[in-house]
Design a protein around this ligand. Structure first.
Ligand code: MTE
Ligand code: MO
Length: 474
């Protein structure tokens, strides 16, 4: 089904509102049930001034829609325009890019349904196809892990909808024993769980000045989940890594055409043998205690803790050991800053409460948020109100090596009336801290500048309690 916007206009002397019979006839024709009989789904309508009616409708083709619109053509003029799927997508500025050319051989989720579901779950959709959405950070209140339905989604191609009955993980290349494992065999291997924060390297891209092309992420391309699966080293030990092996390539099922490469490419990434033995990488089949959702890589994804999430390949089907550097598109054309590949997450704090533009009353206000760093645990988070000196916040809850952590501080906003600017700055135990301003780079990665939230401080409206009025009269 495609989406269309219809504009119907009629002359004043043929106005259906003035002529009861024509009017009723057209209204009946426009009813949802009648439209459905014609293969059209009405999504909305509105009467504009000057005898103009707008209809938003879905149909398999423009021809089907025109056929349905005949009575309206008879009563005046009709023009039809194709529309983008979701208004929220347009609002997010995500419609400029063209959808990538996809591999039709891969069974995939229906892009429109997936987009609708994401919107229903409260995700902020940037682009419908491939589906890219930010997490609503307020969904985190009260916990460390993000509910699966609200975990941000970052895709480069379609989302494969794989059948676990036929799915296999192949381990090949420079190994003693090539493996082909099904899901049951993987589940039978020793397993581990880890709470890991995944952050897209492009998170915060919208904050770069001048603007950098690419998905204009705000700060919600980050989430945390408890991942369960087989340590990667368990599988590699069973396969037996040959001494000549230097790099391990992880191949996802999804593929399509990309700029600067001929033909179709898979989503593929590599880790060096040295990187992966200490990485704690998991072959995850569960997320927050549930089966790994399709959006996040069902039936199996790699999770590389503390690395930018591009390393965590979803819909994983092949692991290949090679003796040379890997030169795939997502390894060398992207995900580097001036040639330096992105690895560990930069230190970063986010302010979750209060929300931007939220009115707060003068007096004590709780400021809280999360902070994380890939290089080392968080040492401290500081706050500054309207540029005043930095004050330490309290770190809350368990400190986990690969997960964000809550922090909070009660500040007084008594003396402020009007706008207050709240800033937060995290520092990790490796001594890294956040820069005041984004460090611009050509592909727009790793913006970890100090976040700023603007709130309005406003005294509560004086109540109109009659007793108070009497008191004032005396
Ligand atoms: N197969 C596959 N794996 C992938 C991607 C992809 O497009 N295809 N995107 C990567 C990027 S850039 C990010 S940020 C994370 C997003 O993971 P999520 O969608 O589970 O949040 O997946 C990574 N793994
Ligand atoms: Mo990403």
């Amino acid at each position: 089904m495609s989406l269309f916007v219809v504009r119907h206009q009629h002359s004043a002397n043929r106005c259906p509102a003035a002529d009861f019979e024509t009017g009723a006839g057209l209204l009946n024709h426009l009813s949802k049930t009648n439209a459905r009989r014609h293969g059209v789904r009405i999504r909305g309508d509105a009467v504009l001034a000057a005898h103009t009616l707008l209809i938003i409708a879905e149909a398999d083709s423009e021809d089907v829609l025109h056929e349905f619109l005949r009575p309206f053509e008879a009563a005046g003029t009709v023009s039809v325009e194709s529309a983008s799927t979701c208004a929220q997508v347009v609002a997010g500025g995500g419609c400029e890019g063209i959808a990538p050319a996809l591999d039709p051989a891969v069974p995939a989720l229906d892009p429109e349904e997936a987009c609708e579901e994401a919107l229903d779950a409260g995700l902020v959709v940037h682009r419908a196809h491939p589906l890219n959405c930010e997490t609503p950070l307020t969904a985190l209140m009260g916990g460390v892990v993000m509910p699966n339905a609200r975990f941000y989604i970052r895709n480069h191609f379609q989302m494969p909808n794989l059948d676990s009955a036929t799915w296999r993980l192949e381990v090949s290349g420079l190994v003693e024993r090539p493996l082909s494992l099904n899901l049951a065999q993987l589940r039978a291997l020793p397993s581990q769980s880890a709470v890991v924060t995944l952050e897209c390297a492009g998170n915060g891209r919208a904050g770069f000045e001048p603007r950098v092309p690419g998905e204009q992420w705000g700060v919600g391309a980050v989430s945390t989940a408890e991942w369960t699966g087989v340590p990667l080293t368990e599988v590699l030990e069973r396969a037996g890594v040959q001494r000549a092996a230097r790099n391990v390539v992880f191949r996802g099922t999804d593929s399509g055409e990309v700029e600067a490469r001929d033909g179709s490419v898979h989503f593929e990434r590599s880790l060096s043998i040295d990187e992966l033995t200490t990485s704690g990488a998991l072959l995850a089949y569960a997320m927050n205690g549930e089966q790994l959702p399709v959006h996040h890589g069902y039936p199996l994804r790699l999770v590389v803790p503390s690395w930018y999430a591009v390393a965590s390949v979803k819909w994983l089907t092949q692991i290949e050991l090679i003796d040379r550097p890997f030169d795939g598109h997502f390894q060398i054309d992207r995900y580097h800053i001036d040639g330096e590949p992105l690895r560990l997450l930069q230190v970063r704090a986010l302010i979750i409460e209060p929300r931007a533009a939220q009115p707060v009353e003068p007096g004590p206000v709780v400021i809280r948020g999360v902070a994380w760093s890939g290089a080392a645990p968080i040492e401290q988070v500081e706050l500054s109100i309207n540029g005043a000196s930095w004050q330490l916040a309290t770190l809350i809850g368990e400190q986990r090596r690969h997960s964000w952590q809550w922090w909070e501080r009660v500040v007084r906003l008594d003396s402020i009336d009007g706008d207050a600017v709240i800033r937060a700055r995290a520092t990790d135990l490796a001594g890294r801290t956040q820069p005041d301003h984004p460090s611009w780079n050509r592909l727009g990665y790793a913006n970890n500048a100090v976040p700023e939230v603007h709130v309005t401080v406003r005294s509560p409206v004086v109540s109109a309690d009659p007793r108070q009025t009497q008191d004032a009269d005396r």
